[in-house]
Design a protein around this ligand. Structure first.
Ligand SMILES: Nc1ncnc2c1ncn2[C@@H]1O[C@H](COP(=O)(O)OP(=O)(O)OP(=O)(O)O)[C@@H](O)[C@H]1O
Ligand SMILES: [Mg+2]
Length: 297
């Protein structure tokens, strides 16, 4: 397949030049970001966004300057979870200013540009059927713009919340070859693990991206009254999976309805419910993420 650079004639729009200029802007912009971390899982609905939001808040509470890029262009949820939904987007001399959460986390998401709850992201084309053909390419362009046109400022960590799908990481690595690491999320069901194994192969073996570790979310339901923990899913051994892929196991996060409630209210669960088992587990995952990078320096 031809790339932009191979096209002999682009009708004078200089697409190749535009993309090249944007990529060098992206490189320049990310010079002030110390570590980039992708939160991923081939599987949908396993808690990637919830963990991204809470990991970002935890890292910020621990004194880091943190940004979050919501790479889920079509189903953005980070802005709501982190409490910046509806924030007015400002434009500075040097790009778009990210929204800032009460804990100081800088957030960029397509959600900040949508006019109401019901409007989906629509790409311009003659018909929406035509737009389908280009959707993948346009989503990658949107991601490239979010990375390069946002005034991230100096960040210790830029967390990137990926949508589900094994193909998402290669797309990101294309834009961001210097990706610092990935945190891979699964739930303990056999079905989830079947899909997540493919993502681990993609991250570790095919792309050779550093895997910070594997997280098991929604491990058990802890009864609020008696404190008894009941397994949420009957099968799957995430620690064994981590051993099989020779990646660190970062921890288990129990199911806690208050985590979902806090996200719906735009509050940081880790702050509101500090000291709960789920919050303590997220704090340990944040510490292990910090150690991963400190060890490498
Ligand atoms: N440990 C948990 N305890 C309770 N609820 C949770 C937990 N983790 C996630 N949830 C809830 O599960 C739902 C799915 O979580 P989330 O949106 O974070 O998943 P996702 O992997 O980002 O989904 P998608 O693949 O659509 O991007 C949300 O309603 C969230 O609040
Ligand atoms: Mg998500």
């Amino acid at each position: 397949m031809k790339t932009y650079n191979d096209l002999p004639n682009d009708g004078g729009s200089d697409i190749a030049g535009q993309v090249t200029r944007q990529l060098s802007r992206l490189e320049e912009r990310l010079k002030s970001v110390r570590h980039t971390v992708a939160i991923m899982s081939g599987k949908g609905g396993v808690g990637k966004s919830s963990i991204t939001a809470n990991l970002a808040s935890t890292l910020a509470m621990r004194g880091n300057s943190v940004g979050v890029l919501d790479a889920d262009i079509n189903g953005p949820s980070i802005a709501k979870m982190i409490g910046v939904r509806g924030a007015k987007v400002d434009y500075g001399a040097n790009g778009v200013k990210p929204a800032v959460s009460p804990l100081g986390v800088r957030v960029m998401s397509m959600d900040l540009f949508l006019k109401d709850d019901e409007t989906p992201v629509l790409w311009e084309a003659q018909t929406q059927k035509d737009a389908f053909t280009w959707r993948g390419t346009m989503e990658i362009s949107a991601l490239r713009e979010f990375l390069s046109d946002t005034e991230w400022g100096v960040l210790d960590y830029l967390l990137i919340d990926l949508p589900p799908g094994t193909d998402r990481l290669p797309n990101l690595v294309d834009l961001l070859p210097s990706l610092g690491g990935t945190v891979v999320i699964t739930i303990p069901s056999g079905i989830s693990q079947l899909v997540v194994k493919k993502s681990l192969t993609m991250a570790k073996k095919l792309l050779n991206t550093p895997v910070i570790g594997l997280v098991e979310n929604m491990t058990a339901y802890v009864c609020a009254d008696c404190g008894r923990a009941e397994d949420m899913f009957p099968s799957g051994n995430t620690e064994e999976m981590a051993r099989q892929f020779e990646v660190p196991f970062l921890g288990k996060i129990p199911f806690d309805p208050r985590l979902s409630m806090a996200a719906d209210n735009g509050n940081a669960f880790v702050e509101e419910y500090a000291g709960t088992p789920a919050s303590r587990s997220i704090t340990k995952i944040a510490q292990k993420t910090e150690s991963f990078f400190n060890r490498k320096i």
